[in-house]
Design a protein around this ligand. Sequence first.
Ligand code: F6P
Length: 512
Amino acid sequence: MAPDVARIWRRLEVLASDHRTRKPSSYLANPDQLDDRILSVEGLTLDWSLQRVDDEVVKTLVELGDAMSLPSRLRNQFAGDIVNTSEQRSALHTAMRGTPTTQESFDQEARNSRDELIRFATSVLDGHMRSYSQAAFTDVLHIGIGGSHLGQKLLCDALASTRLNVHFLSSSQPVLVHDTLKALHPATTLVIVASKSFTTPETQQNFQFVKNWFAEQTGQRDGLARNLVLISSNAARMKHLPGQHFAVPQEIGGRFSVWSAMGLPVLLALGVQRFEQLLAGASHIDQHVLTAPSSENAAVMFALLALWNVNFIGTTTHIVLSYAPTLRWLPAYLQQLEMESLGKSVTIDGEVVEHDTVSAVWGGEETDGQHAWHQWLHQGTHTYSSDFIANLACQSDEESWILANSLAQHHVSFFGHEDTESPEKHIRGGHPSTLILLDRADARTLGMLLALYEHKVASLGYLWNINPFDQWGVERGKVIAEEINRALTDANHTVTDALLDARVRKILPRQK
Ligand code: F6P
């Protein structure tokens, strides 16, 4: 840690010793302070008034960000610098929504591929592009997992409005595949296989399932070609396969890829105009992040507060509570974005980190959680941080009730409830929380919201000096699973690791 950074870090530790125990009610003694803790970017408002910070802490956090060169590292990322150091790649998801890099050829290619994607989607939506059966498509079956699934699922679930019904297959559990396929007819179904690597076992298994299903249902082996779209970064693996192919540049990380050709199911479900509004919203946040000074920069402040909570207040988990109707997939999407990006323990220089990085991220939607796990929120023994996401555009009494509950739960989680008479009713509060208010949960605002979180995550990577764009930790499990699977399906196969082999053999007799 550079000397000036270490000095600031020590200053924060001194400040934190007070803030870890300060009474929550002391934070907003003067409601006038609220204005300093609320940042609005068009229809998206970040209210961090219920965070355990005062002006001194905020100033010192901003100083830390500047000492870590956070603004210039974000600018360099957008420009196309190699920020994914372990894979020697840039991270150019911003270019996919039109935010320019310094490489005009890359930007032009991004524009060309978006135009090609829109041409294809338009032809499907207006019925020109037809199935092998000559029928217009009515359904889309999207096969993908992780970053090739979660953003697409979230946005289709939140904003679908065209005549196409989009269905998703991620896990290759046969019962889930069967339940999905039984509702579809090959004659009117467009199949999308989305995989950056085109080697992910679950996606390849589902692809095989669907090929067999297609052949059984239609009696034709090659009928799928007219109904098939492949989306990948692995041109070599796609090359000899049938169907329409769309490429995703290697510079686009899976969990950052919904803005690229990976967004095809979103484009088909939302239509061209709303998909372009989605991209425009994300690009608007890009410009905000590039130009706003740190203390007025929603992504930078979002990241600095997260660092303060994890490394100084000592929160042990982070909860996303989505009270915006239809954003039920937001917690799952953010779980991958935050934990796969920031669940790291070595710096970009290969040193073991000197402090915690991202805590576990989980969450739930609307008032369901209140009737399931909010007891833990209010009277458990852990200190957590949280984001409450609420939609201000209430069209009905029911939606007003959801908004009222988001504000109530947010308030109680921070201010608690003093009850000296009945200890079992006392709520200690003090859990730092950010309220994100959407003027409306439309395509543009959701594009802004997802881009905001992407830049929060990248900023935390730069602040913790870790690589937010790789995910080496997931590879080892895949190798071991392949070996175990061979032993489960071939009793003569011996697993290399003797202890693991012994454990598998213990299980084998009971495996049916
Ligand atoms: O195993 C993790 C992961 O590689 C994620 O990073 C990725 O989003 C997901 O699996 C799917 O990968 P692919 O798009 O290559 O199928």
